[in-house]
Design a protein around this ligand. Sequence first.
Ligand SMILES: NC(=O)c1ccc[n+]([C@@H]2O[C@H](COP(=O)([O-])OP(=O)(O)OC[C@H]3O[C@@H](n4cnc5c(N)ncnc54)[C@H](O)[C@@H]3O)[C@@H](O)[C@H]2O)c1
Length: 262
Amino acid sequence: MGAGGRLAGKKALITGGAGGIGRTIAAHFLKEGAAVMLSDLDGSRAAEAADGLAGAGAVHACQHDVTDESSWSGALAQTVSALGGLNVLVNNAGIWVAGSVEDVTPETWRKGMSVNLDSVYLGTRLALPYLRESQPASIINISSIAGLIAGPNLAAYNAAKAGVWMLTKSTALHAARGGNNIRCNSIHPYFIDTPLLQDVFARGGERKELNDDQRGKLASHAPLGRLCTVDDVAHAALYLASDESGYMTGSEIKLDGGFSAQ
Ligand SMILES: NC(=O)c1ccc[n+]([C@@H]2O[C@H](COP(=O)([O-])OP(=O)(O)OC[C@H]3O[C@@H](n4cnc5c(N)ncnc54)[C@H](O)[C@@H]3O)[C@@H](O)[C@H]2O)c1
């Protein structure tokens, strides 16, 4: 922690910050000297997460619906006011959406696209004016290995996460062409044991902890023989947020234990 960390002076907004990945990214960012705003649809869980991290550095929380343009304006204004600027945006909020192209109803499709893809468009568009004021800056989009590899029962999730992948590249080119030092990259993890993964197995019912058999089956599909972890994602996000990744933009980091190399 402290002034000399890898993210000293960085001011970061992390969406979906009450969730498994978001709060772990926040913990790593704080440890390396960043100031952090955790935003989430569930404002009280975001506040709890921030309270839990308060000993680690300057951390704030706000309620924020990433599907809503005015909610984005409010969250960004709160962030800039609390942190004194914004130079790292982590578009992390997301939901699991199951179903084949025939199973997914138009309503479910629209919800999946709205939370997983429209959110990144809205946030990027509205954050860019603030990021320009605090360069060098970095936008980190949490996509998925499902944004690069399809499954028959993942129509809406595949489409949204692939959209995030390509939107990342378009954003990177746009920012660079404008002469800005604002980079934009995506992260593509394999399965991670967070509440979202419980939704994968809940199949419309109640969330419950995965059992060893379910974990083992998923792990066995990755050549490294284990699931991805929240810390794996946070380490990649830390690199992308820091100036160490200063020559990396419009690119992607696959955290899939070798899955896509097969
Ligand atoms: N867990 C995995 O296996 C996995 C794998 C690859 C990618 N991802 C991606 O990582 C990201 C984080 O997922 P996680 O595993 O931490 O899940 P999670 O369910 O633990 O956290 C997601 C958070 O997003 C919030 N959220 C949902 N809708 C929102 C909205 N409209 N506005 C604001 N916040 C909203 C939820 O309240 C929750 O706190 C997601 O984009 C997900 O698609 C997850």
